[in-house]
Design a protein around this ligand. Structure first.
Ligand code: ATP
Length: 237
């Protein structure tokens, strides 16, 4: 770790990720190579490139779900800079808890926990009292037009769009300074799409550094301060 001054919130240097297809003759797919991406506070960088270019792979590698094969993922964590590519599992977990959030397209929750608690949980984890956490969760769910009658129920059986809104509410309330967002408007109608875009723009304006995958043309133009074009990839050996 090094001490930080003015620096990007998240930055990759020479990042590479390969997949080896063991059951298919050890074919090696070089999906990401030499990725230099840098995102500052208040920026939203939308990943661009054709289907199969590696957008999802880059997001998963940035979050540490996939181990990088080469390069660094430098993350500003408090006033330090941490390389997630070589961080210990313990540090990686701590980074995800405080610094690096991931709003995926799909909700993963423990069954039977009410929606309001699912959304309030990241605030509770940061020490906010139960009453205030529930109020803030409720206010956000209200803004996302999730009917109040659903709040006491587990979101497991909700529709795709309802689950997506629960996921976004939870992800935003966690208040991470860096957010990775995967197709935030994919399952939503026009009104909810516009609410989600507004919320993400507010997070951006408040200084959150955002990396997004977003295919919806209107949403991506409203969100992006910049596009990052994934270079074409080659089939390695
Ligand atoms: N776990 C994996 N194992 C093997 N190959 C994978 C794996 N994940 C992704 N790939 C391959 O990596 C390439 C990039 O996939 P990725 O899903 O990152 O692309 P994408 O740009 O997000 O595409 P899309 O826009 O279609 O979602 C594809 O050729 C895919 O087959």
């Amino acid at each position: 770790m090094t001490r930080g001054g003015a620096m990007p919130m998240i930055e990759t240097r020479g990042l590479a990720k390969n997949f080896t297809l063991h059951v298919q003759g050890e074919v090696k797919l070089a999906v990401l190579s030499d990725i230099d991406l840098s995102v500052a506070a208040g920026e939203c960088v939308v990943l661009d490139g054709p289907s199969g270019a590696g957008k999802s792979t880059l997001m998963r590698t940035l979050y540490g779900n996939y181990r990088a094969d080469a390069g660094a993922i430098l993350v500003r964590h408090g006033d330090e800079r941490v390389d997630l590519a070589t961080a210990s599992p313990r540090l990686a977990l701590e980074l995800r808890r405080r610094t690096l959030g991931y709003i995926s397209q799909f909700l993963r929750v423990i069954p039977r926990v009410p929606t309001l608690e699912v959304v309030a949980e990241p605030l509770r984890a940061r020490g906010v009292g139960p009453q205030e956490a529930r109020e803030r969760a409720g206010a956000l769910l209200e803004r996302l037009a999730l009917p109040r009658r659903l709040w006491p129920l587990s979101p497991v059986t909700f529709s795709g769009g309802e689950q997506q809104r629960v996921n976004i509410a939870r992800g935003l309330l966690a208040g991470h300074p860096i957010l990775l967002v995967d197709e935030p408007t994919a399952s939503l109608d026009a009104v909810n799409r516009s609410t989600v875009v507004s919320l993400l723009r507010e997070a951006r304006a408040a200084g959150t550094a955002i990396v997004a995958i977003c295919h919806d043309p209107e949403a991506r133009d409203a969100l992006a301060t910049r596009y990052y074009n994934l270079p074409p990839r080659e089939l390695a050996a």
